[in-house]
Design a protein around this ligand. Structure first.
Ligand SMILES: [Fe+2]
Length: 314
């Protein structure tokens, strides 16, 4: 099924490839924050030819249905994969309708969620209807496809042949993980190994690693090292051995709290990281109504570094 979907979009893009430059929009970790998602999608309108999302459409936030509905019929070719919160929400929904998805349960038993996450997973799942559940069930653990000659590998956590790692294991830029660890992980998955572009999410932190010249950049490292990085950040795609995290649309954990996303222009060989502020007051009103104010204060959404600190052991 996934193969068929991928093939369709591949045909679509090559059919129109001579007329459009290939501009890829990358989003991730929306977390039921529709107001941030709308800000990102409004900006991307007319600027991209294909949309990729590396998971966590739902969880944490107040608007799971609206987030799914905005992307379910997205009017451009798109590739999505499942995040750990999507997996847990779909499992919770399956339990609510007395048809527990045993395969999901097995994967979920390999990792844990925080109390806040668990609570919002339950609240999100209780709001959904079958159409949203079907969307979550359509998501795969990884997507492997080609765009304009680039081999692309899209997953939420880390490239791996294990689904639990695809969905729940973090991939960080050096120095948090060494180049050796990163290359070792990639070498274990033959599709990741031959990929030109690996896109992940999960950490909610933007980074780019160029495996062909051992170059890396991450916003969180810049902030912790007190470098003054200015946006948009632009990189070249000339060397095709890139691993990239576009950051989080709905709950940034890298210092800005803004809706973060990335645009890759294959023709112009350019990667640009963006982050935009979104209407916070409107969002916080919704949070107060639908989330738990005790655990979802403003700090939660603007948290600078999540649970990660420079000295955290991995
Ligand atoms: Fe996430």
């Amino acid at each position: 099924m996934n193969y068929l979907i991928s093939s369709f979009f591949l045909c679509y893009t090559s059919e129109y490839g001579d007329f459009f430059s290939m501009r890829i929009g990358l989003i991730s970790d929306i977390h039921s924050n529709y107001i941030a998602l709308k800000t990102a999608l409004d900006f991307l309108e007319g600027k991209i030819d294909v949309l990729l999302c590396s998971g966590d459409f739902v969880g944490y936030g107040p608007s799971p249905k609206k987030c799914i509905e905005a992307l379910i019929d997205f009017p451009l070719p798109h590739y999505y994969c499942i995040g750990n919160h999507d997996l847990k929400v779909r499992y919770q929904y399956s339990c609510n309708i007395n048809k527990p998805l045993e395969r999901d349960f097995k994967i979920l038993s390999k990792f844990r969620f925080s109390e806040v996450a668990e609570e919002m997973i339950k609240r999100n799942a209780s709001e959904l209807k079958d159409i949203h559940f079907d969307f979550l069930c359509s998501l795969s653990f990884k997507q492997i496809f080609q765009l304009k000659g680039y081999n692309i590998y899209l997953t939420h956590g880390t490239p791996s042949v294990r689904r639990a790692e695809n969905v729940g294991k973090y991939l960080f830029a050096p120095p948090r993980l060494t180049n050796e660890v990163i290359n070792n992980r990639i070498s274990k998955d033959k599709y990741a190994k031959k990929s030109d572009l690996i896109i992940v999410g999960h950490s909610h932190q933007r980074f780019l690693i160029d495996r062909s010249r051992l170059f890396h950049w991450s916003l969180i490292n810049d902030i912790l090292d007190k470098k003054q990085t200015k946006f948009p950040l632009t990189f070249s795609t000339k060397r095709k051995k890139v691993i990239l995290n576009p950051g989080s649309v709905g709950q940034a954990r890298d210092g800005t709290g803004n809706a973060s996303f990335t645009i890759i222009n294959i023709e112009k060989q350019k990667i640009v990281f963006h982050d935009l502020d979104y209407p916070r007051t409107k969002f916080y009103q919704l949070v107060k109504k639908k989330c738990d104010p005790e655990i979802h204060g403003d700090n939660f959404w603007e948290n600078r570094f999540g649970n990660f600190s420079k000295n955290r052991e991995l």
